[in-house]
Design a protein around this ligand. Sequence first.
Ligand SMILES: [Zn+2]
Length: 105
Amino acid sequence: MTEKRAIHIARHKVVVEAGWHYYRPTFPTKYLEFWRMALEALIKAKAERPVDISDGYGDTVTSCPGCRKPVINYYNPNVKPCYCMLCGQKLDWEQEPIREEANHE
Ligand SMILES: [Zn+2]
């Protein structure tokens, strides 16, 4: 099974369990909580490309696609961590980070 498929199934389970809870509010929420936790863990375990977030003034910060916090150490930019140290998102460095331009509205 691919990670993508596992995430799809877990997401479906969250919807089903949330539906049960909606129609039967007294129904225990432990299964809903379980599938929400499982979904979150599966999403973080699937490697995602980091995002190069531009501030629009010439600086770019390579950031986590999950929590959007910087993942590259300012003093040691050659170190590419396998995981975001803040949220645990697995990172994919096989390709270039996704470029994202800031829009100042
Ligand atoms: Zn993160």
